[in-house]
Design a protein around this ligand. Structure first.
Ligand code: HEM
Length: 503
């Protein structure tokens, strides 16, 4: 009896202490949020029901909140989690340019099992040091060598699309995704997985599986919790997918390290500084040469970075390319200008050998891509968390505040983009460079997208080849997009259009 009483008292003390800890931790945060407008929620769940099933409602809910409550909105998810949704220019500028608000929010934790602490998820000194050594791997001399990989993968896609010429409606998203996956595999790891001809490969399926699990966990409170997640079916599926993904990357790393050592010993490369320029190399090879704190990166550190490129570097460009193709199909006069530009660079040649200079000459196509990323930013929102108190022009933001930058929201603000729903690439002719924090598809500041130049080149390369080969028309029946925020922006009913062969 005594034992039971002791146990019960200990349990009560533990609960009280835990609640006190949560309350104390939340006190400053709650005080900060007190006067910020936001949608009324229901007890315990807050606004969580607005996000309804899985991912469907988040984008619409965020947009409604922004329209109803303005550029700085308080959102409550469950009893304890609050987030600050921002689409206010000054606030976005403050957050993204800050060297203090650098850490990612709690939501990114669901990526850790796959990516570990690669560049996207790492913090503090690790992020700083790795960002410094990875930045040179995006030098244009290195990117230049990837054009051939972009070209070869797009050739495969064009051949596959040719089989659908004349059909009234084709969902191009799956074609583009597999093409982007082939590209990132070859450029990040130097390996060919032939995703386009081998869609059922274990690796491709595992990449898709992890993408799904990451976003579902981020939005469902019971899966987000590490302990409860262990009892779900997805935990087992994640284990299986991670086993395949990590094994693949680890094998590639081991093999490339051995090859590199052999090449060194045969004195093939005399000046390590030239590495990656003289010889075509994948990001992985450059990471194998890199040094941090006067030592090479460990296999695990390299795997984290390569997996991060695999994750961050294919769905994003696939969305960018797909929505740009959709916009061109539905805006024939813009498409005609893009085609004219291609003719002015290559003449009638449909499959010319494309070099870096040609891609730089595609100025109008660049405006088209920018406008597509304004209306359909691949990453519609991203979040930071304060790890210290910060002073924003006299307003103190306490430690522990989740600040979610709503890029999709500010991109549709008529103050910065008049007639925002109109697809008008020419607007970037006049506004480019002005108000940089109103246009943030690649984020901005010290923690912006390190792969944006790579992404731009890939998108130009792929889009230009498709446009040289096909005339794009709207799908029949008419196909309005149903945008949803998954790990990236997608359309729930596909990205449909119709293809005609260019003669
Ligand atoms: C259209 C294509 C792309 C878009 C729109 C895009 C967008 C973004 C955004 C918004 C962020 C910031 C995310 C955050 O703060 O949580 C980011 C970060 C990042 N992106 Fe991209 N991205 C694209 C393509 C790529 C590619 C092709 C790669 C790699 C080859 C890449 C690698 C990364 C990495 C490593 C980070 C983390 C950087 C850091 O935290 O220091 N991205 N990207």
């Amino acid at each position: 009896m005594n034992f039971l009483l002791d146990f019960f008292s200990a349990f009560i003390v533990l609960v009280v202490l835990s609640l006190w800890y949560v309350f104390f931790k939340q006190y400053n945060v709650s005080k900060f949020f007190k006067n910020i407008p936001g949608p009324p929620g229901i007890p315990l769940l807050g606004n969580a029901l607005d996000f309804k099933s899985k991912t469907k409602g988040v984008l619409t809910a965020f947009l409604n909140y922004t329209n109803n409550y303005g550029g700085v909105v308080k959102i409550q998810i469950g009893p304890f989690r609050k987030l600050l949704l921002i689409s206010d220019y000054k606030f976005i500028e403050f957050v993204l340019s800050s060297t203090k608000i650098i850490n990612k929010s709690h939501t990114y934790k669901t990526m850790l099992p796959w990516l570990g602490t690669g560049l996207l998820t790492s913090e503090g000194m690790k992020w700083k040091k790795h960002r410094r050594i990875i930045t040179p791997t995006f030098h244009f001399k290195i990117l230049e060598q990837f054009i051939n990989s972009f070209d070869t993968a797009t050739d495969v896609m064009v051949e596959k699309l040719k089989k659908h010429v004349g059909e009234p409606t084709v969902d191009i998203y799956p074609f583009v995704t597999l093409c982007a996956l082939d590209i990132i595999c070859e450029t990040a790891m130097g390996t060919t997985i032939n995703a386009q001809s081998n869609e059922e490969s274990e690796y491709v399926k595992s990449v898709k599986e992890m993408g799904r699990i990451i976003i579902e966990r981020a939005l469902a409170p019971q899966k987000n919790n590490e302990f409860l997640f262990r009892f779900t079916k997805d935990f087992q599926l994640q284990r299986k997918a991670l086993n395949i993904l990590h094994k693949y990357t680890n094998n590639v790393i081991r093999k490339r390290r051995q090859e590199l050592l052999k090449e060194y010993s045969s004195k093939e490369m005399e000046n390590p500084a030239d590495i990656g320029i003289k010889k075509k190399m994948a990001f992985l090879d450059l990471l194998l040469q890199a040094r941090v704190d006067d030592r090479p990166l460990t296999n695990e550190e390299i795997r984290e970075e390569v997996d991060t490129f695999m994750f961050e570097g294919h769905d994003t460009t696939a969305s960018g390319i797909s929505f740009a193709l959709y916009s061109l199909a539905n805006n024939p006069e813009v498409q005609e200008k893009v085609y004219e530009e291609q003719l002015s660079i290559f003449g009638e040649e449909k499959n010319p050998t494309v070099i870096y200079k040609n891609l730089q000459e595609m100025k109008y196509l660049e405006l088209v891509i920018k406008e597509a990323l304004r209306l359909y930013p691949s990453v519609p929102f991203y979040a930071r968390e304060t790890n210290q108190e910060v002073d924003m022009d006299g307003v103190i933001i306490p430690k522990g505040v989740n600040i979610t930058v709503f890029a999709y929201g500010i991109h549709r603000d008529p103050k910065y983009f008049p007639d925002p729903e109109k697809f008008n690439p020419d607007r970037f002719d006049t506004i480019d460079g002005k108000l940089p924090y109103a246009y943030v598809p690649f984020s901005a500041g010290p923690r912006n997208c390190i792969g944006q130049k790579f992404a731009m080149l890939e998108m130009k390369s792929t889009l230009s080849k498709v446009i040289r080969n096909f005339k794009l028309c709207p799908a029949t029946p008419h196909h309005p997009l149903k945008l949803v925020a998954e790990t990236v922006l997608k359309s729930d009913n596909g990205v449909r259009l119709s293809l005609l062969k260019r003669v």
